[in-house]
Design a protein around this ligand. Structure first.
Ligand SMILES: Nc1ncnc2c1ncn2[C@@H]1O[C@H](COP(=O)(O)OP(=O)(O)OP(=O)(O)O)[C@@H](O)[C@H]1O
Ligand SMILES: [Mg+2]
Length: 216
């Protein structure tokens, strides 16, 4: 059996991690074998790269370095984890993937999209998601949610990307809209501003329709 590769995309605080876990539990309850992973990260090397990328003290990082580091981590992730899991027939759920590169480094940072597409092509070596779920949200609401989480869990400080100005996050959101419009077969946009259960229901409907054909 061939595996299924689903990626979760959207601005910070849009609910990607929450929804990925909810979908994963639902799929596991249907007897599916699910692998959960994330970018940047997913492998030992990838997690080391993640630390460099998100370290808020790395203020000297230039945009090309940032883009290349994301791509380097992705190449490792694809070969070491994603392709083997798909080869074993598993469902791979990945928190961020190629589309975040276009939205953040392209629309956010202003790097040429042609260059980033080429970089993505090199990193994925032919592997594309079967389905990409883009959670859309007003970035101000997303940031508010993250801040609430931070207060509740007296958690970590803002990472290097989260610290960006709201205008940056607005451009990122536009980037995700652009992606959804330019590849509507793979990329499906979902309103992430609704309550968790409503978002899950809509998301599962799409997964079911596109990939599973199970009764809901
Ligand atoms: N639909 C929702 N309504 C209200 N709060 C939500 C909803 N979905 C998630 N949250 C809460 O908002 C916060 C951010 O959610 P989550 O971590 O899933 O987002 P994310 O997109 O993964 O964020 P990041 O980009 O920072 O990884 C969490 O505290 C989560 O519990
Ligand atoms: Mg998350």
């Amino acid at each position: 059996m061939k595996g299924i590769f689903i990626t979760f995309e959207g601005p910070d605080g849009s609910g990607k991690t929450t929804q990925m876990e909810m979908l994963g539990e639902r799929l596991e309850s249907l007897g599916r074998d699910v692998v959960y992973t994330r970018e940047p990260g997913g492998t030992g090397i990838g997690e080391d790269i993640r630390d460099i990328l998100l370290d808020s003290s790395n203020t000297a990082m230039v945009h090309r370095t940032e883009a290349l580091l994301y791509a380097a981590g992705r190449a490792q992730h694809v070969d070491e984890l994603i392709k083997p899991a798909l080869g074993q027939g598993k469902i791979v759920l990945c928190d961020r993937f190629i589309d975040s590169t276009i939205a953040y480094q392209g629309f956010g940072r202003g790097i040429d999209l042609g260059f980033l597409n080429e970089l993505n092509n090199i990193a994925v070596a032919g592997l594309l998601p079967d389905l990409t779920l883009i959670l859309d949200i007003d970035p101000a609401l997303g940031i508010e949610r993250i801040n609430e989480k931070r207060v509740l869990k007296s958690g970590r400080a803002k990472d290097r990307i989260e610290q960006e100005h709201i205008n940056f996050h607005e451009r990122v959101r536009k980037g995700f809209h652009h992606l959804a419009a330019s590849d509507p077969k793979r990329c499906r946009i979902i309103n992430g501003g609704k309550d968790t259960e409503t978002v899950h229901r809509e998301l599962f409907r799409i997964v079911n329709e596109v990939l599973l054909n199970e009764d809901t």
